[in-house]
Write a protein that binds this ligand. Structure first.
Ligand code: YYY
Ligand code: MG
Length: 148
């Protein structure tokens, strides 16, 4: 089953959006496979966002991600990478549809509350980076009520 890496950024934690965000993924029917509350350092954040290292906003992005604790998660389910990105909404909250997390809870692109992997391959890399110890093996007893 497909997995994705989802992170509630420091603004989402500070603003008390953790429960709301986790609830949206839970209620959709996705399965929580890993979760940690963690403050990362600069070199770790630079690794996570390595693909963006040449962008003008890179330093500010890294400063923001290390500015406080984040909630790092692995969610599992059919098409969870693409559907997770839809639940999150467009990168710039000015363009995120109402009903998405960024559309409902964010205004500025540099305070957009949440990260989600953009492809199955990047999800695999991000899960390995954030959960080197591995993740829980379990199957929800709701499985047959969610999948036909
Ligand atoms: O995957 P996603 O988070 O939607 O966008 P990315 O293009 O991967 O950029 C990562 C992160 O960088 C974005 O969530 C906000 C920030 N950012 C920015 O501050 N300014 C931009 N012009 C583009 C992205
Ligand atoms: Mg991205």
């Amino acid at each position: 089953m497909e997995q994705t890496f989802i992170m509630i950024k420091p603004d989402g934690v500070q603003r008390g959006l953790v429960g709301e965000i986790i609830g949206r993924f839970e209620k959709k029917g996705f399965t929580l496979k890993g979760l940690k509350f963690i403050t990362v350092d600069q070199s770790f954040a630079e690794k996570h966002y390595a693909d963006l290292s040449t962008k003008p906003f890179f330093n500010g992005l890294v400063e923001y991600i290390i500015s406080g604790p984040v909630v790092a998660m692995v969610w599992e389910g059919k098409n969870v990478v693409t559907t997770g990105r839809k639940i999150i909404g467009a990168t710039n909250p000015a363009d995120s549809a109402p009903g998405t997390i960024r559309g409902d809870y964010a205004i500025d692109i540099g305070r957009n509350v949440i990260h989600g992997s953009d492809a199955v391959e990047s999800a695999r890399k991000e899960i390995a980076l954030w959960f080197p110890e591995g993740i829980a093996e379990w199957r929800s007893s709701l499985h047959s009520w969610i999948y036909e």
